[in-house]
Write a protein that binds this ligand. Structure first.
Ligand SMILES: Nc1ncnc2c1ncn2[C@@H]1O[C@H](COP(=O)(O)OP(=O)(O)OP(=O)(O)O)[C@@H](O)[C@H]1O
Ligand SMILES: O=C(O)c1ccc[n+]([C@@H]2O[C@H](COP(=O)([O-])O)[C@@H](O)[C@H]2O)c1
Length: 206
């Protein structure tokens, strides 16, 4: 897929949307992608490499650099690394989802995120609209399991939580529906990598 084109999806497919700064991408992102695909019965996953997280003051590395690094790292036939938000011109997830649902009216989307994002979810623009419009799959992350499960979003939507045992139902569930899966965790973050000055090192061939 070239920049500014959008991926193909067949009607009825279940596509996991994994949004992130990916500054840089790392094997924690790969882990979340593959676990989510398996756990939630997804047909494909699209990475949405964000032009800029609306809540982060610090600007990330250039989008083209993060896209190239993402494509170098995330090698799986079921996964596409995209810059869809450049095309849609949206930054807030609620706006991106509205555009994607307009562009792909017959596709089922599932929003995927790590537990740290669930803990902060109530700060996102129109976060209830997100919960009410797409199923949300949350993958455990070191240090954030408890804060995520105690978060305002988790508490307000407690009755819509799908038990981890039934995780595979999430992809076909109607919103609101969310599921937290407690898979083995990978302790890596982009900020650690930036602090070590190792941006992109994971992508280089061994
Ligand atoms: N190790 C991990 N385990 C679970 N989820 C993760 C992990 N790393 C990133 N994620 C999730 O991936 C998505 C994109 O995260 P992002 O690109 O901001 O990476 P990050 O490592 O959290 O970056 P930073 O350290 O700069 O905040 C978010 O939903 C985040 O929760
Ligand atoms: O919509 C919002 O208000 C919002 C606030 C914070 C983060 N997000 C999205 O959450 C995803 C993860 O962001 P990040 O920076 O934690 O990798 C990415 O797709 C962001 O656009 C969205």
């Amino acid at each position: 897929m070239d920049r500014f084109s959008i991926p193909y999806a067949r009607p009825g497919q279940v596509i996991g949307l994994f949004g992130g700064s990916f500054d840089p991408p790392h094997h924690g992102h790969v882990h979340v992608t593959l676990e989510a695909m398996k756990a939630f019965g997804l047909d494909r996953v699209w990475w949405l490499v964000s032009p800029g997280n609306p809540l982060k003051a610090r600007g990330p590395a250039p989008l083209a650099q993060r896209m190239a690094a993402g494509r170098g790292l995330m090698q799986h036939p079921g996964v596409e690394v995209t810059d869809i938000e450049s095309l849609t011109g949206t930054r807030a997830t609620a706006d991106t989802l509205a555009e994607l649902r307009r562009l792909y009216p017959k596709v089922r989307f599932v929003w995927i995120m790590g537990a740290d994002n669930l803990a902060q979810f109530h700060k996102w623009k129109n976060w209830r609209l997100i919960m009410d419009s797409v199923p949300v799959g949350v993958i455990a992350r070191p240090g954030d399991r408890i804060s995520a499960r105690m978060s305002p979003a988790a508490r307000l939507y407690a009755k819509y939580r799908i038990d981890g045992q039934a995780r595979r139902l999430l992809g076909r569930a109607d919103a609101p529906a969310w599921c937290f899966v407690n898979v083995p965790m990978v302790d890596v973050s982009s900020s650690q990598i930036r602090e070590r000055g190792c941006w992109g090192a994971e992508v280089l061939p061994e």
